[in-house]
Design a protein. Sequence first.
Length: 198
Amino acid sequence: MSKSKMFIIGGVVLTLIFVASAVFTGVRYWSLNAEEKARETALSAATEYSVTMFSWDSKTVSGNINEAMGFMTGTAKDEYQKQVVENDIATTVKAQKIVTTVTVQGAAVMTNTRDTAKVLVFINQSSTRNTVEDVQIDPSRIVYDMVRRDGKWLITSMDILSDDSLSSRVQKTDEPPSGAVPIPSAAPSAPASPAPTS
């Protein structure tokens, strides 16, 4: 084979390697970028949904409940239907003139892919009843499991955390975790010198 043909083949191989590398880099960048955008939109949706689900007053409660049913699916929707709709919370809110407002204190995405996310939201829910001036403030921590369908984030399950539920998740055991390296004990002290004999 002539040197010119070897040079051409070598050039083609290098070009193919370069193209494959560029495609791989582009696909990886696109994937990471898509995951980052998903993280941002899931976080935004979770905070917005928290306000809608848990902010009530006599004028907005029915609309908020209907809107919430539209962004939930699976066990989250079943539970919300059972606890809020079937218990007719809207009628109670209207009859007792309950006003509940929600302030999102913080939120973070725990894990996510392009189409799924687990989001932790910290809220303060303040309530008044029958125009009583005393305000009751309830802090809550909620973990949402979410899925994106047709460009919209839906809540598939939600877990409202209390101090009790957090402590129950902490594994209490005297056994060290698997693979733990024991801490070396202190070096034994030198034996005491014998008392001098007379």
